[in-house]
Design a protein around this ligand. Structure first.
Ligand code: URA
Length: 233
């Protein structure tokens, strides 16, 4: 099989772009740089080891799972006309194939899970699976203890028909709380506090399911097998 065809198939990018990447010397076959797309790969005896940008194709095409500690000012998208995206932090080949399993607002910080495995991210984002997300919330007005029961019972958000699912509020002090949600409606935390006459001034996601954020802001790391599998149990 031609090398450019093999790369286009496995990386999902056009042969045009593949040609440029080849000419830039980014592709090796069995350790040797190959610049010609017409190079023939032979799979007769031992499969050749094809590397792109320093990574074996087999490793790139296997599903990938990462956590990122998102700073403020970045959007959870692959492309945005206004803000830089979270991909700024991700130094991986084919990074634009990754998507966030549950987005954070541009001004929200903390845990974002990134993957190219759509079935896996569905487990995290679909309300069907009740995957819990833990947020640290800072609010403008002092918190009152009656909110615990209100959030537990569910709130009718503006322009919505169904109550929010039971949420667990732990009040830490007058202006700080921890909120655990099992769904992820648009701007949900901010809208829940707005519905009770308060205003969220800072929001940070600390945990999704069993996965706890444990890296500094602006850094990312691969998830362990146990972390990946925790969502499939
Ligand atoms: N809820 C919000 O309001 N914003 C987020 O970024 C996440 C949850």
């Amino acid at each position: 099989m031609r090398l450019d065809k093999f790369l286009a198939h496995h990386l999902g990018i056009s042969r045009n772009i593949i040609g440029k990447e080849l000419r830039a010397g980014k592709v090796t076959v069995d350790g040797n740089i190959v610049k010609s797309g017409a190079y023939q790969l032979s799979f007769d005896e031992q499969s050749p080891i094809v590397n792109y940008a320093g990574n074996e194709i087999a490793a790139i095409t296997a599903p990938r799972y990462f956590m990122l500690n998102k700073p403020q000012g970045y959007v959870c998208a692959t492309d945005d006309p206004t803000y830089p995206t979270i991909l700024y932090f991700i130094d991986e080949p084919m990074a634009d194939r990754l998507h966030a399993a549950g987005r954070l607002d541009v001004d929200t910080t903390g845990l974002v899970l990134l993957t190219d495995d759509g079935n896996w991210s569905h487990r995290i984002t679909s309300p069907k699976y009740y995957c819990e997300k833990v947020y640290h919330v800072t609010v403008e007005q002092p918190l009152t203890h009656d909110l615990i029961a209100i959030f537990e019972k569910g709130i009718l958000l503006r322009n919505e028909k169904n109550l929010t699912k039971p949420a667990k509020l732990v009040i830490i002090d007058d202006h700080h709380a921890e909120l655990t949600l099992s769904e992820g409606r648009y701007h949900q935390v901010k809208r829940m506090f707005a519905a009770v006459g308060n205003h969220v001034v800072a929001l940070h996601r600390a945990q999704i399911g069993e996965v706890k954020l444990d890296i500094p802001e602006g850094e990312y790391r691969p998830l362990t097998d146990a972390e990946v599998n925790a969502f499939l149990a």
